[in-house]
Design a protein around this ligand. Structure first.
Ligand SMILES: [Zn+2]
Length: 532
């Protein structure tokens, strides 16, 4: 029987070593509870000896209830020359009152002699004493062998001795760490096997029946942290440490949002319940939002683009049989197939997309090839419909005579004023027609686009009073280099949101205000046609 793989998340400790990643104690608790709900086996909450925020987290966590996960506190082996009970870091580990403790120690002579300036014997004693002391205090103890692979390359005999010291101290789990992230998958696999037979020999057991569990902890400095973790499991590791979205120091840790689907779906090693696996994309989003990081769209399994198809040939194949261009069903990880519309599109993309947006293409004398041609020429001018669903919908409706304009622009005027060193102010007046009735309004804003947005809202308010829920959430401007000898144009992309929908619209013009107006007008048209 295959032994179950245990998932060990260190987003809250190693993840926060990543540049720009910070969580408050409350945010840490929210993430920990989410991970618990998803069925993670271990959650490393922080390093209580190193900072007050992590201590605060463990205090909060003591009052929370975890259904599945064991919470662990992380820290170092005792300092040289003292007893574990005299070490303030080890005291803090016990005070955090977690059922399990993860303690890391040195494997590599470069660190032992060179950096710490201690003897190899003292290092072994530090490992043994610390683990044994934690065990005496009733803690499940996991031992993280720091720089294991570098140390093993240097001196395999000593590296193994450090593990034996932890094992003799009573560690239930020994985790081999590629701390510098410089090891490659085939070497990980090789060392993993050698360590298991080495430990088996020393303890008089079989490599697949060691008196401890073996785990893996990888960093992504060669871009192979996920591959390394998978290789380690392939060679017998039964615990995988990593972080959500691969957050972590330098190039990050092994990304659990990729490792877990690989284990469950590709290696037949179910380590998470199917229902929870389907929450993987949501979890990834939740953690990136809490960390205030923009989600990476190309992230395997959970990224927005992970199952997005742009090329026409791909789309027509996927519509016939999704296995043609998808390695798995996106729903298994809570993701979805997306079909993008662009100048690479064929008829299939348009037909798929129209169906998705609820536009009926039949019975209108419609020719999807004509739409493709139109889109291709517009993309030549600088449009990008794969990032502007809202404008695409309006375009297809116009093409098939299904578009009902909810308002028409008569005119607008914008003035921007700068007075000495005071901030700029902008004023907009607008005249629109709704059902043949003219409306003129004026409004101010922090900038010209917000003044125009405010004026348009005010004008529409009389006819459509419930526009309050709609907000513009993102506004992007890009200068497009003059294609085919034309003057430089700007592309404006606006993202809007209401209670239940997010949509993007686009405008392209040589004039930034005109491009902004196009995107803004499409956004309101989209919102109001949705209501109609
Ligand atoms: Zn690490």
């Amino acid at each position: 029987m295959k032994s179950p793989i245990l998932l060990y998340d260190t987003t809250l400790r190693d993840g926060t070593q990543g540049e720009n990643i910070n969580f408050s104690a409350d945010e840490k608790l929210e993430i920990a509870l989410k991970l618990d709900e998803m069925g993670f086996h271990y959650i490393e909450g922080g390093w209580p000896g190193s900072n007050p925020r992590d201590m605060a987290f463990f205090k909060l966590a003591q009052r929370a209830t975890f259904k599945n996960a064991t919470l662990t506190a992380f820290g170092a082996t005792r300092r040289p020359g003292i007893k574990p009970q005299e070490d303030s870091n080890i005291k803090a580990l016990l005070e955090s009152q977690t059922a399990a403790v993860t303690i890391f120690g040195k494997t590599w002579d470069l660190h032992v002699r060179g950096i710490m300036g201690i003897t190899p014997e003292e290092n072994l004693a530090m490992i043994y004493d610390s683990v044994a002391y934690l065990k005496q205090n009733g803690r499940e103890t996991l031992y993280d062998a720091e720089h294991f692979f570098d140390g093993y390359n240097d001196n395999p005999g000593y590296a193994l001795e450090t593990l034996l010291a932890a094992l003799e101290g009573g560690a239930e789990t020994i985790v081999l760490c590629d701390t510098n992230g410089g090891t490659l998958p085939f070497r990980i696999e090789e060392v993993m096997r050698e360590v298991q037979s080495g430990l088996a020999e020393k303890t008089g057991t079989a490599p697949d029946n060691l008196p401890c569990r073996i785990g893996i902890h990888c960093h992504n400095d060669c871009g192979v942290a996920v591959a390394n973790s998978i290789s380690a499991v392939h060679a017998g590791a039964t615990m995988v440490q990593g972080t959500i979205n691969g957050y972590g120091e330098r190039c990050g840790n092994a990304d659990l949002t990729a490792i877990i689907p690989v284990l469950c779906l590709k290696m037949d090693l179910p380590c998470m319940h199917t229902d929870n696996l389907a929450g993987m994309k949501k979890l990834s989003r939740f953690v990136s939002e809490t960390a205030n990081m923009i989600p990476v769209s190309s992230r395997p399994f959970v990224g927005e683009s992970a199952f997005a198809h742009k090329g026409g040939i791909h789309v027509s194949a996927v519509m016939k049989d999704s296995r043609g261009y998808e390695h798995m069903n996106p729903k298994l990880v809570g993701n979805r197939r997306r079909v993008l519309v662009s100048d690479l599109s064929g008829k299939s993309n348009i037909e798929y997309k129209a169906r998705e947006l609820g536009i009926d293409l039949n019975g209108n004398g419609f020719d999807s090839q004509k739409i493709v041609t139109r889109i291709k020429s517009m993309e030549q001018e600088g449009y990008e419909f794969d990032v502007a669903d809202g404008s695409f919908k309006i375009l297809v409706e116009k093409f098939t005579n299904q578009f009902k304009s909810v308002f028409d622009l008569e005119s607008f005027r914008i003035t921007v004023e700068k007075d000495k060193d005071k901030p700029c102010t902008a004023h907009a007046t607008i005249k629109i027609a709704v059902d043949g009735q003219d409306e003129i309004t004026a409004a101010e804003g922090a900038g010209p686009v917000s003044a125009l947005d405010n004026a348009l809202r005010k004008a529409l308010d009389k006819f459509y009073p419930n526009l309050d829920a709609m907000r513009l959430v993102d506004f992007k401007v890009r200068v497009i280099d003059g294609r085919a000898g034309t003057a430089a144009k700007v592309r404006v992309l606006i993202e809007s949101r209401d209670q239940d929908d997010v949509w993007s619209t686009i405008g392209v013009s040589e004039d930034i205000m005109e491009a902004s107006w196009m995107a803004l007008a499409d956004s309101f048209q989209y919102k109001l046609s949705k209501q109609a």
